[in-house]
Design a protein around this ligand. Sequence first.
Ligand SMILES: Nc1ncnc2c1ncn2[C@@H]1O[C@H](COP(=O)(O)OP(=O)(O)OP(=O)(O)O)[C@@H](O)[C@H]1O
Length: 243
Amino acid sequence: MTLLSVSKLRKSFEGLLVLSDLDLEVEPGEFVSLIGPSGCGKSTLFDLLTGSVSPDEGAITWNGAPVEDLSSLAAWMSQSDLLLPWLTLRENAMLPIRHPTEKDKKRGDSLLIRLGLRGFENYLPGKVSGGMRQRCALARTILFERELILLDEPLSALDALTRQGLQGMLVTLQKEFGKTIVMITHDVEEALVTSDRLVTLSQAPMKITGNYNLQGYKPRHRDDPYVVKLRGAIMDVLQGRAS
Ligand SMILES: Nc1ncnc2c1ncn2[C@@H]1O[C@H](COP(=O)(O)OP(=O)(O)OP(=O)(O)O)[C@@H](O)[C@H]1O
C-alpha cells in the first residue's frame, strides 16, 4: 500500500498561489527527491507535511487513512539544524530516544562516527562548524523511530567532498535503518546519486513537471553515463529547454 499520498494540495500566501492542486505518492522504502527552482514552494510543501503550515485545500493520506499532517508520523530535518545549544552533539543526536539503553548509546555513537563526528561527540553545537551541526541533525533524524524521513536540503552546509561522501552514506543508512525518504534538494546530481525516483517541480504555482524512476544500484556514480545523460535531460526540464 502507498505510504504517503498528497492529493490536490493547495496553498496561497497573501494572494500568491504557491501550491496548486499538487498530487504526490510515496511508496514504502522509496527514496524520492524533489527538485525545483528557488522559490517554487518546496519548503512550503515541507511545512505543510510537517504541520507548521496548514493547506487551503487538499488531503494527506498515510497508509490509506486521512491525516492532518505528518507531525507525529515522520521524522524531519529542516534547513536550520534546530540543535539545542546547551546539549552536546551526542546528547542532541540521542534526543529522540527517551531512555537509551547501552545498545542505543553504542548505535548513536557509531552513527556520529560514520557521519564524520568522531572526537566531537562532547562538543556543544556553538563550538563546531555548520556542516558538523547539520550532520548531527541528520543523526538525530535517523535515530527517530519513524518509517518516513523528510529532508529539506540536508547536505547544503557541507563542502563538496564531504557532501559527496554523505550522499553515499545517506543511501547506506536508508537501507540499514529501513527508512522511506523524501528529500528536497537543489542538486540534480545529488538526487541522481541517491534516489529511486526524482520529481521535477515548476516555478510557483508549483506543479510536477517530471517523474523519473531511476535505474541501477545506488549510490550511483556521478560519472556513470546513465547519470550524466539524465542530468542533462533534467537540467533541460528545470530550465524550460525541454521540448
Ligand atoms: N509564511 C509565508 N508568508 C508569505 N509568503 C511566503 C511564506 N512562506 C513562503 N512564502 C512564499 O512562497 C514562495 C515559495 O517559498 P518556499 O520557501 O516554499 O520556496 P522554496 O522552493 O523552498 O525556495 P528555496 O529553494 O529558495 O528554499 C516564495 O515566494 C515565498 O516568498
